[in-house]
Write a protein that binds this ligand. Structure first.
Ligand code: PHE
Length: 454
């Protein structure tokens, strides 16, 4: 039910800033470097970029155009074109994913906050000490405390409806984050022993390419660009009819990928310089950024200050993303359960706390419980990004192909853009998207259940 008046962006800048605010977050700074380190460095980067400019582009354009056409969030947009049960399920799937990502996203947000306060209170040496990170996540009280603080900050912003304010803050902070990242990356790549790391990350070695590289890169692309989570449909629905969808999509992609590459340049060469670039060091996973960056800061002059500044900036980038996740979840709850904002926020918090708690406790009290052989945080990350997101993306493609029609989508885009990549768009949608999604889904499911090792 759309009873409230629909908010709308003032121009294409509003769309680009909000989409970039949602896109640039922990996905770029925390998740991208550890995946690139683990899954083949340059080979991963190459696959990622290829996927982003073809498949990612097609998905962003489709979701945005769907939103602008229907002026609805995902559940409403799907039901506008079909009342069949699969279409309903597709809409809901897109809406449920943010609800499942938000809790563990807030756990990582809590890690960032803890590092920010760590740099304000303790010495750079303490933060960089071996085992500091493990001791932190190993303590149930500490990790839960910081998770709750981050979750509270997110919900406070959504509840008070002050996204506008925080988006303004982040438009100022974002350029500072990029500048600082350039400085830190410059420092990191010039450390003795860092050069092999630079070439590992930037020069694709195709012998490192595996099916898992593609699976991980695709999941990362969805995650980082906020695709298949209803968010872009919602932002599209706020977009004005004359805003250029094609150009805005390209701007968001370029910006998002640039931040990810910078983060890779900060972290990966440092793994080589400080930990020797062994497969074990490169495969550290979610801990990677929190273990290597403090070592970089520690060897910089004024490193404690730079560390504090860096984590403060990452905190804001993470907050704009978590707010967009929560906002999309809250607006679905409001629309579909016909609740007002306060109960909708309360309901979301009640879902978020137990799920986030599981992710925190998976590293300590519940470390013996390993669904599919993973800790809880990795399990939620895997289920949402490698299992549910391909299905949600397929639902969007099928809706467009079967119910809306590719030509109707093209008309929507053409009404305000030159749409130069129209041929590519059509080709990917018709012949590539579903096949690729099916391969990804089947192989990641088989990997999870131990049927094949990819
Ligand atoms: N794209 C965000 C990031 O890279 C995460 C996110 C996913 C935000 C989905 C909103 C929706 O951190």
């Amino acid at each position: 039910m759309q009873t409230r008046e629909r908010h709308s962006f003032s121009g294409s800048l509003g769309y680009v800033l909000s989409t970039a605010g949602s896109a640039v977050g922990l996905g770029n700074i925390w998740r991208f470097p550890y995946l690139a380190a683990k899954y083949g460095g340059g080979a991963f980067l190459l696959v990622y970029i290829l996927l982003a400019v073809t498949f990612g582009y097609t998905m962003i354009v489709s979701e945005t155009a769907l939103g602008r056409m229907t002026r609805r969030s995902p559940v409403g947009a799907f039901s506008r074109f079909s009342s069949s049960t699969p279409a309903k399920a597709g809409g809901w799937l897109n809406a449920v994913i943010p609800i499942l990502i938000l809790p563990y996203y807030s756990v990582i947000g809590g890690w960032v906050l803890r590092y920010l306060f760590g740099y304000l209170r303790l010495s750079g040496g303490t933060m960089a000490a071996d085992g500091n990170f493990e001791a932190f996540i190993g303590s149930p009280g500490m990790s839960v405390l910081w998770f709750v603080l981050f979750a509270f900050a997110t919900m406070a912003v959504v509840f008070a409806g002050v996204q506008g304010g925080i988006e303004k803050v982040s438009t100022i902070m974002m350029p500072v984050l990029i500048l600082l990242s350039v400085v830190v990356a410059g420092f990191s790549v010039t450390r003795p022993g860092a050069l092999p790391g630079v070439s590992y990350f930037l020069i694709p070695d195709l012998s490192r390419l595996s099916l898992m590289t593609v699976v991980a890169a695709l999941g990362q692309m969805f995650y980082s660009l906020s695709i298949a989570m209803g968010i872009l449909v919602t932002f599209g629905s706020y977009m004005q009819k004359d805003a250029d969808i094609e150009r805005s999509t390209m701007q968001v992609e370029i910006f998002d990928t640039a931040v990810a590459i910078l983060a890779g340049l900060m972290v990966i060469p440092a793994v080589f310089a400080y930990s020797g670039g062994t497969p074990e060091a490169l495969g550290k996973g979610p801990a990677l950024m929190f273990v290597t960056l403090p070592k970089v800061f520690f060897s910089m002059r004024g490193g404690a200050f730079i560390g504090a500044l860096f984590f403060a900036l990452v905190f804001f980038a993470a907050l704009t993303s978590s707010v967009s996740l929560a906002e999309s979840a809250v607006s679905t709850i409001e629309d579909e359960l016909r609740l007002s904002r306060r109960p909708a926020c309360l309901l979301l918090s009640c879902i978020m706390l137990p799920l986030g708690l599981l992710s925190c406790l998976g590293f300590n009290v519940l470390s013996g419980v390993t669904p599919l052989g993973m800790d809880f945080l990795s399990f939620f990350d895997f289920m949402t990004n490698s299992v549910m997101m391909p299905v949600a993306a397929a639902a969007i493609c099928i809706l467009v192909l079967r119910c809306v029609g590719v030509s109707r989508m093209e008309e929507e885009v053409l009404s305000s853009s030159a749409f130069r990549r129209r041929g590519l768009y059509r080709f990917i949608l018709r012949y590539v998207a579903l096949a690729l999604l099916a391969v990804i889904l089947v192989s990641s499911a088989m990997d999870a259940f131990g049927i094949i090792r990819i």
